[in-house]
Design a binder for this molecule. Structure first.
Ligand code: NG1
Ligand code: ZN
Length: 529
């Protein structure tokens, strides 16, 4: 393999000497200024992945819910899903190479160990709205070209749009943005039928990110008669004082339970939703009498999706194979939601944090519903079920609705725009408002905190991240704090996207959950700080 071109191109994207990037929960993230070498090398990697997988791959420059000064890169496999986990170590090795020679050697080694055929790999490259994004996307393109690949520049897209496009492209299906909006809007139209649109618009806070412009385009496609939307914090000129993810967006609302900026005029009972910076997460919220916020998180979206899927599958004609349905959560799922889903008679599975883990577990079912509490998730339909739905007669309404759902809900990855339509469709079909949705179950009071420590990797976990095995004494301290809290549950884990250790606590009352979280935070400070 002649690596002279790669070496010369790599020299234009030198790695900062002290930087050892690590592939985290969803790719690489760091301050944007540190990232050109990492993103260039990811461009190189995704050419190799394309050659190995025999289809287009994708790369999107984004740091999702992180602050505007950060950036990152998320990598898309030929299936449209996130990069195969076995390749994360290849990504780490390339990103950490200290010299251009080591970059070339790592690439040669990759081709050898993975037995990759030589050829022309194709990588679709997109980016979010961060000021650093276009420059970093150019670094990715340079990486693709340096390994003889073809880069397809896709410009400004949400992360789930790029995943969807890669999946469609490799299925030789229409994969332009118009086809994406059409799939979502047509699926929604079928699911809601001719039922009248609500009078009150849904207020959507777009975190001043890429979701703003994309939601506007979707709203136009849907038409106000189908779903009236009031788009806020859309970025650009419509930006209401804050920058990307600054005091707004899904992360802010879910973790801080605080009303986003730009939404101060929302009255009691208004139906609101917040997306994150790259529009792969959505949570709903409203203001209660007395001003407090009521949050409808990913767990609650999963509950709605589960009801819909369960009822539609039950309405199909009997078949010798009864489709399996499962719901996948993480340890951050509220305990009350887990109990509710289990009470519906559905299989409930708990995986590690990060949608790559949830997605893989959901694929084991004919219909697999997965949502992280933070609002990242989707509903997956297995091949066997989709084929059966297509074979059923046209007048089978349940099959028609399930196929509409499969088209509306992104099959590649969690998608905030799909999530918005999913919630609206289920509420509309059932004639429910937020009150009925909220009455499905009562959340256990919970609290999430972040702790800054010198080296978060000293915290190591087991049992789907619910227990720590290091540092010494931490789990005993957590156990003691949990014992003392009525109805208590708590765990800690190092974040894979931020330089923090996350603390989660649940208890019978909010003060008890707050106190438990504070106690666990102190233990992390004392033993891991
Ligand atoms: P980390 O920072 O590893 O906890 C966060 C979310 C994940 C996932 C990723 C990717 C929480 C507690 N964690 O990961 O669920 O969404 O970001 O964006 O919300
Ligand atoms: Zn995101």
């Amino acid at each position: 393999m002649d690596t002279s071109e790669l070496k010369a191109a790599s020299a234009r994207y030198p790695k900062p000497p002290d930087l050892t990037p690590a592939y985290g929960t969803a790719g690489f993230r760091a301050l944007a200024d540190l990232l050109p070498s990492t993103v260039f090398r990811c461009g190189v990697l995704m050419v190799a992945r394309s050659l190995k997988g025999g289809g287009n791959t994708g790369l999107v420059v984004t740091a999702s819910h992180n602050p505007e000064a950060d950036n990152g890169v998320k990598l898309v496999d030929p299936s449209g899903c996130m990069l195969e986990q076995a390749w994360e170590s290849h990504a780490d090795r390339l990103a950490a190479a200290d010299t251009d020679e080591v970059v070339c050697a790592a690439v040669q080694e990759l081709f050898r160990t993975e037995d990759i055929p030589y050829g022309t790999g194709v990588v679709m490259v997109a980016h979010d709205t961060r000021p650093s994004a276009a420059g970093l996307a150019a670094a990715a393109v340079a990486g693709v070209i340096a390994l003889g690949g073809v880069a397809i520049p896709c410009g400004l897209l949400t992360t789930p749009q790029l995943h969807w496009m890669v999946r469609q492209a490799n299925a030789s299906a229409k994969h332009d943005e118009g086809a994406y909006f059409g799939a979502l809007a047509d699926g929604f139209a079928t699911l809601v039928g001719r039922s009248p649109a609500p009078v009150q618009a849904v207020v959507v806070d777009c975190a001043n990110g890429v979701g703003g412009a994309k939601l506007r385009a979707l709203a136009e496609r849907l038409g106000p008669q189908r779903l009236p939307l009031d788009v806020r914090n859309a970025g650009g000129a419509a930006c209401s004082g804050g920058g990307l993810n600054d005091r707004c967006g899904a992360e802010h609302v879910q973790k801080e339970r605080a009303v986003p900026i730009g939404c101060a005029d929302i009255g009691v009972g208004g139906r609101c939703a917040s997306l994150d910076g790259d529009a792969d997460r959505i949570v709903f919220w409203t203001l209660a009498d007395g001003g407090g916020m009521t949050l409808f998180d990913g767990d609650r979206i999963a509950a709605l999706a589960a009801l819909l899927v369960r009822d539609l599958l039950a309405a199909l004609p009997a078949d010798e194979h009864t489709p399996t349905v499962g719901v996948v959560q993480t340890a951050y799922a509220n305990g009350a939601s887990t109990a509710y889903l289990a009470g519906l008679g559905l299989a409930v599975v708990c995986t590690l944090t990060g949608v790559k883990h949830l997605h893989a577990a959901a694929e084991a079912f004919d219909a697999g519903i997965y949502f992280e509490a933070n609002g990242h998730g989707t509903v997956l339909f297995g091949q066997r079920l989709v084929q059966r739905l297509h074979e059923l007669p046209d007048d089978c309404e349940a099959a028609r609705d399930l196929l509409a759902l499969e088209s509306m809900v992104n099959q590649a990855v969690g998608d905030a725009l799909s999530g918005l339509l999913l919630v609206e469709a289920v509420l509309r079909q059932r004639g429910w408002g937020l009150a009925e949705w909220g009455a499905l179950y009562t959340d256990l009071p919970s609290r999430q905190l972040k702790v800054r420590v010198r080296d978060r990797s000293v915290v190591r976990t087991t049992d789907a991240e619910t227990r720590t095995v290091a540092p010494d004494g931490l789990q005993q301290a957590i156990d003691a704090a949990v014992q003392a809290a009525p109805g208590g549950r708590a765990f800690v884990r190092p974040s894979g996207t931020e330089d923090v250790v996350r603390v989660y606590a649940e208890a019978d009352t909010q003060p008890a959950a707050d106190a438990l979280a504070a106690e666990v935070m102190r233990a992390v400070h004392d033993l891991a700080g």
